[in-house]
Design a protein around this ligand. Structure first.
Ligand code: G3H
Ligand code: 13P
Ligand code: ZN
Length: 319
């Protein structure tokens, strides 16, 4: 069942986080639904602009609606990840999305506010919630002093003003993470003190953590042992930090890279071990099972495993 993003973030706030997984193809969709149900976890299925053009937005919608039929017990929201204004409007008009992200964080503050407010004005009358972003992700480089580096992170006072002026429903904050497999070098780290300060300034507003993949060492090692050339120093967010961040108001945790690593490991190992094979289905089947296992594991770490009965009860009461 597709539900509003608020129906998931409201009960989660300050208690656990909802995994938001980037989806591009059929195998990821099957694995995501299966793994979430195995863990009894609600989830957010998120679609980037790149995914909408890779798989065609109509194909993605049709596959997701079909997965909803195949797995009627799944409870999830559909979200546009890193949208520009026009893509947000397209998703709002489509009637398919629970929420959209307007990412104007690269713009000066006033322009970010103005674009976010325009999207909010179009989304809210349709019951669609809006995630916006403030701050610059992954900005704290090794050579930068702590004080200089903090300038890139979300300023908690500015967050108050931003949420008040835009009316956005959740805030993606720059808290030291970045997208991809190489998140932290030197003194770079997840800034719990910023998360806490933001929570104290805007209590009740869900915080979103982008760049949350953990980049497991073993996954990188297996990919490289099967012919990959990833930098073995690749490092991500400690999985044990997910729940600690959730208790400080991080309600949505975005995970894409780790799923890509599962895909790469499965396919590299499969074709290394079966050099004569050219049927796409055997590795595809392994990937679906491994991705399901991965999602169930992440749900445990996020604290969302086992939350489905509670979410269902809340939805029934609200209906
Ligand atoms: O935030 C970026 C996500 O990992 C999506 O990546 O734009 O390549 O689909 P993508
Ligand atoms: P990762 O690259 O850490 O998986 O982050 C994904 C993300 O933030 C999608 O918006
Ligand atoms: Zn992101």
């Amino acid at each position: 069942m597709i539900v509003s993003t608020a129906a998931l973030s409201r009960p989660a706030y300050s208690r656990f986080a909802i995994g938001a997984y980037n989806i591009n193809n059929l195998e990821q969709i099957l694995g995501l639904f299966k793994g979430s149900l195995d863990a009894e976890a609600p989830f957010i299925l998120q679609i980037s602009k790149g995914a909408r053009s890779y798989a065609d937005k109509r194909m993605l919608e049709a596959m997701i609606r079909t997965a909803e039929d195949i797995y009627p017990d799944a409870v999830f929201a559909v979200h546009l990840d890193h949208g520009d204004e026009n893509t947000c409007y397209d998703c709002i008009e489509s009637g398919f999305y629970s929420s959209v992200m307007i990412d104007a964080s690269h713009e000066p503050f006033e322009e970010n506010v103005a674009a976010t407010r325009r999207v909010v004005e179009k989304a809210h009358p349709k019951g669609i919630s809006v995630e916006a972003e403030l701050g610059r992700r992954g900005g704290v480089e090794e050579h930068v002093t702590v004080d200089e580096g903090s300038a890139f992170l979300t300023n908690p006072d500015q967050a108050v003003e931003f949420v008040k002026e835009t009316g956005c429903d959740s805030l993606a904050c720059a808290i030291g993470t970045s997208h991809g497999a190489y998140k932290f070098k030197g003194r770079q780290r997840l800034h719990f003190e910023i998360i806490e300060a933001i929570k104290n300034k805007i209590p009740g507003t869900p915080i979103v953590m982008h760049g949350s993949s953990s980049v497991p060492e073993d996954e990188v090692r297996r990919i490289n042992a099967a012919g990959g050339e990833l930098d073995p120093s690749a490092r991500g967010v400690e999985e044990d930090d997910y729940l600690a961040a959730a208790k400080l108001g991080v309600t949505k945790i975005n995970i894409d890279t780790d799923g890509r690593l599962v895909w790469t490991r499965v396919h590299r190992e499969y074709f290394r071990d079966h050099p004569k094979e050219f049927d796409l289905r055997p590795p595809g089947k392994i990937f679906v099972a491994e991705y399901a296992k991965f999602v169930a594991h992440k749900s445990e770490k996020l604290g969302s495993a086992g939350a489905l009965p509670e979410i269902r009860r809340a939805l029934t009461i609200a209906a």
